[in-house]
Design a protein around this ligand. Structure first.
Ligand code: NZQ
Ligand code: ZN
Length: 382
C-alpha cells in the first residue's frame, strides 16, 4: 500500500426533502451568488425548492453555465460576483455547474484571469469563497471532491482545476427523476469508470480498497437494471446517487495507484466534438483495456474478470478478453454507442488528439507508458 493522507471535509446532506436543511447550512449574513445551468431546474421544481429556503438571505443569480463549462461564460459570473461583493456561492445543478463554481469561488477574490487559474493552479494567496452545492445529476462526484474540469471555447481545450472541497452538498435523489435517459446512462458510465480508473491498475496494493471499489462496480451494474426497469424507483436512484459520490470522493483511492488515461483521452474528444463526458469514456475504456491487457494491468484484469463478471473458466487471456467484452456490452446495454464511427467521428479527430499529446509530450496511465503513439493505437481500436 502506498502512503497517503485522507481528508474530506464536505458535509453530505442526503435524502428526500434534504433541501430543508439549506438555511441552517448557510452563514446568516452571507451574500450568495446562485449559479445555474441552462434551465432544467426551472422545469423540474428544484429552483423553487431552493429559493423557498432562501428568504432572508441576500442573493444574486447567474444563469447559463453550459455542459463542459466554458471559461468565457465563467468570466461573466466572476465579474458579477466581484461587482456584487458576494461572500458565498451556491451551485445548483450538475457537475458542470458545480465545477464552474469551484473556479468562480477562487477567481472572485483573485486578480488573476480564470483561464490562468486553470492552466497554472488556484490562487493560494487569496481566501477562496465558501461553496455549497445542490446536486441534480449523479455522475461526477464533484459534490464531494476538490476537482473541476473547465473548457475554453477559444482554444477547444479542456483541463482539470483543483482547489477546495465544497463546504456542504445537498443530494435529493428525487431531483434526478427529470433526467433524460441519456444523461442517466452517461452518469452511470462516468461513475463506473471513475472506479475503474482507481481500481484497475496494480494488483495487491490494498485488499480493502479493492473490495470497496468492487462493491461500487457491482452496485452500479445492479442499479442500472433497476432504473431501466422502474424509472421511478426512489431507492434505486438513491443508491445510484450515493454510488456516484463514493466513486470519486477519495474513499476508494487510499494507498492505491491510479490511472486516469481514459479520462485524459476522453476530455480531448469532448473538447474537440462536444460529446458528453461519460459517453467519451465508454468509447475509450474498452479500447484502452484491449491495448494494455498484456501489460501492467494483467493481474488486476484477472481479478476484475472473476469478481465483477464471474469469469473463472478458460485461459487467462480468454478471461480478460471476455471481461473487456462484457464491460463494453454493459455500456451498450445503457444505450451508449462504444465506437467513434457510430458517432460519425473519423480520422481527423484521431489525428488531432494524437498531435496534441505529441506536442505536449504527455505520458498517461499508472505506468506512464502511454505516449502519443500508444494513444494512436488506442484510438484506432475505438
Ligand atoms: O444545464 P441544465 O439545463 O441544468 O441541464 C443539464 C445539462 O444539459 C442537465 N440536467 C442536470 N440535472 C438535470 C438535468 N436535466 C434534467 N433533470 C435534471 N435533474 O443535464 C445536462 C448535463 O449536465 P452536466 O452538469 O454537464 O452533467 P455532469 O454532471 O455529467 O457533468 C459533466 C461535467 O463534469 C466534468 C465533465 O468533464 C463535464 O465537464 N467532470 C467533473 C469531475 C469532477 N469535478 O470531479 C470528474 C468527471 O470525471 C468529469 O470530468
Ligand atoms: Zn468522469
Amino acid at each position: 500500500m502506498n502512503n497517503f493522507t485522507f481528508h474530506n471535509p464536505t458535509k453530505l446532506v442526503f435524502g428526500k426533502d434534504s433541501i430543508l436543511e439549506l438555511p441552517k447550512l448557510l452563514p446568516s449574513d452571507a451574500k450568495i451568488l446562485l449559479t445555474f445551468g441552462g434551465g432544467s431546474v426551472k422545469r423540474n421544481g428544484v429552483y423553487e425548492a431552493v429559493i423557498s429556503q432562501l428568504s432572508g438571505f441576500q442573493t444574486v443569480e447567474f444563469w447559463g453555465i453550459e455542459p463542459n463549462p466554458k471559461v468565457e461564460t465563467l468570466r461573466k459570473a466572476i465579474a458579477l460576483g466581484k461587482q456584487e461583493g458576494v461572500t458565498f456561492v451556491l451551485a445548483v445543478g450538475g457537475g458542470s455547474v458545480l465545477d464552474a463554481s469551484k473556479l468562480i469561488v477562487n477567481a472572485i477574490p483573485s486578480e488573476r484571469d480564470a483561464w490562468d487559474l486553470v492552466l497554472h493552479g488556484a490562487d493560494r494567496s487569496v481566501q477562496t469563497l465558501p461553496l455549497g452545492t445542490v446536486l441534480t445529476i449523479p455522475a461526477t462526484g464533484s459534490e464531494m471532491n476538490r476537482g473541476a474540469v473547465i473548457s475554453s471555447e477559444a482554444t477547444h481545450e479542456k483541463f482539470g482545476f483543483y482547489n477546495e472541497y465544497p463546504l456542504f452538498s445537498i443530494l435529493d435523489p428525487s431531483y434526478t427523476y427529470s433526467l433524460p435517459d441519456y444523461q442517466i446512462a452517461c452518469g452511470i458510465a462516468d461513475s463506473f469508470i471513475h472506479v475503474i480508473e482507481q481500481y484497475l491498475t496494480r494488483a495487491g496494493e490494498s485488499p480493502l480498497m479493492d473490495r470497496w471499489a468492487e462493491g461500487i462496480l457491482l452496485t452500479l451494474i445492479e442499479e442500472a437494471d433497476k432504473i431501466k426497469a422502474q424509472p421511478a424507483d426512489y431507492d434505486a436512484r438513491a443508491t445510484f446517487m450515493l454510488s456516484a459520490t463514493m466513486a470519486l470522493n477519495g474513499f476508494i483511492s487510499m494507498g492505491v495507484t491510479q490511472d486516469w488515461a481514459t479520462h485524459r483521452i476522453g476530455h480531448e474528444i469532448t473538447a474537440l466534438t462536444g460529446l458528453t463526458h461519460g459517453h467519451t469514456l465508454v468509447i475509450v475504456l474498452p479500447a484502452l483495456l484491449r491495448e494494455q491487457a498484456g501489460k501492467g494491468k494483467h493481474a488486476k484484469l484477472l481479478q476484475y474478470a472473476s469478481r465483477i463478471w464471474g469469469l473463472t473458466e478458460g485461459s487467462e487471456d480468454e478471461r480478460i478478453t471476455q471481461a473487456i467484452d462484457k464491460t463494453e456490452a454493459f455500456f451498450r446495454s445503457l444505450g451508449l454507442e462504444t465506437r467513434l464511427a457510430e458517432r460519425g467521428f473519423g480520422d481527423d479527430l484521431r489525428e488531432e488528439i494524437v498531435r496534441r499529446f505529441r506536442e505536449r509530450g504527455t505520458l498517461l496511465g499508472e505506468d506512464q507508458d502511454i505516449d502519443h503513439e500508444a494513444v494512436a493505437h488506442i484510438l484506432a481500436r475505438c
